[in-house]
Design a protein around this ligand. Structure first.
Ligand SMILES: Nc1nc2c(ncn2[C@@H]2O[C@H](COP(=O)(O)OP(=O)(O)OP(=O)(O)O)[C@@H](O)[C@H]2O)c(=O)[nH]1
Ligand SMILES: [Mg+2]
Length: 270
């Protein structure tokens, strides 16, 4: 099943972002540390020439070794990046300092547009920087719909709705974004994505998979997980939909441990 998700509100949001890019001083691009490559909107590069800082979020859920590699990789390209855990607030002080040194010449607080794909933590970041709950947040994609300026110490922030791009050329990217809940659950087959995720974990994080679910039948891992978790339909048949929902929830809430889906090889090869 091909995954696409580009609803009307994203077309409108993109138009708004293009307009605001003309008036802001810079951009905070919010990127999920579990998908540091796949969660970067390729269209943004063409749209914006303003100074940009990558804010890497959800480092509390990601593979620390991978996060370090990605940061080193960006640093080698001269890209400014700050790693954060927005639940604890770690990284925010460093981000404030970086904003200060990036816009020294301005006589007023810099106006920054916060952009990123859905559900990466844009609104949570703004609430962390403003120390208020002015922006609505939620554990599903598409929570922010309008634009909203919020004032934080030393900066003005514009929240924006998460946007994707019209077509995923690489369905592997779409699968990863589905797994981290940046694509609406209703538009993809959860069983297919959970299958893919279990296969990925089996290859890249076998210990994490084993610690959570025990030894699995390599041909039918999802069925096995469902059986072990008592996801049974009448007649003892395993309910794969329920098993898939468990796997996705475990992954998204960190129950499977620290996992990064975009792996950078040692030495920085993407
Ligand atoms: N574990 C963890 N969760 C986070 C972090 N940052 C944000 N979240 C959670 O991620 C979910 C999405 O956060 P939002 O701030 O609503 O994301 P958004 O990018 O504004 O999403 P849209 O408005 O839908 O585009 C919420 O459940 C947050 O609590 C983080 O650093 N770590
Ligand atoms: Mg939001």
């Amino acid at each position: 099943m091909t995954i696409q998700w580009y609803p009307g509100h994203m077309t409108r949001a993109k138009r708004m972002i293009v307009e605001q890019l003309r008036v802001v001083d810079g951009v905070l691009e919010v990127v999920d540390a579990r998908v540091p490559l796949s969660s970067r909107n390729p269209e943004l590069k063409e749209l914006s020439k303003k100074p940009q800082i990558i804010v890497l979020t959800k480092t509390d859920l990601a593979d620390q070794a991978q996060t370090k590699r990605w940061i080193a990789h960006w640093a080698s390209e001269g890209v400014e990046v700050v790693a954060t855990n927005l639940l604890s607030g770690s990284g925010l002080a460093e981000l404030r300092r970086l904003v200060e040194v990036t816009f020294p010449a301005l006589k007023r607080p810099p106006r920054l547009l916060v952009v990123g794909i859905p559900n990466v933590g844009k609104s949570t970041l703004i609430n962390g920087l403003t120390r208020r709950r002015g922006a609505q947040v939620g554990a599903r994609p598409g929570v922010t719909r309008g634009q909203q300026w919020l004032s934080a110490p030393g900066m003005l922030l514009l929240d924006s709705p998460g946007i994707l791009w019209p077509k995923f050329e690489d369905q592997e990217v779409a699968r990863k974004l589905a797994a981290v809940a940046s694509i609406r659950d209703e538009v993809f087959d959860q069983v297919e994505i959970a299958w893919w995720l279990v296969k990925f974990l089996h290859q890249e994080y076998p210990t994490a998979l084993m610690e959570r679910y025990g030894e699995l039948d390599p041909d039918n891992p999802l069925e096995d997980i469902g059986g072990k978790r008592g996801c049974l339909l009448r007649g003892g048949i395993v309910d794969l939909n329920q098993a898939a929902a468990i796997v996705l929830k475990d992954f998204r809430t960190g129950k499977l441990g620290f996992i990064t889906l975009d792996n950078l090889e040692e030495g920085g090869k993407e």
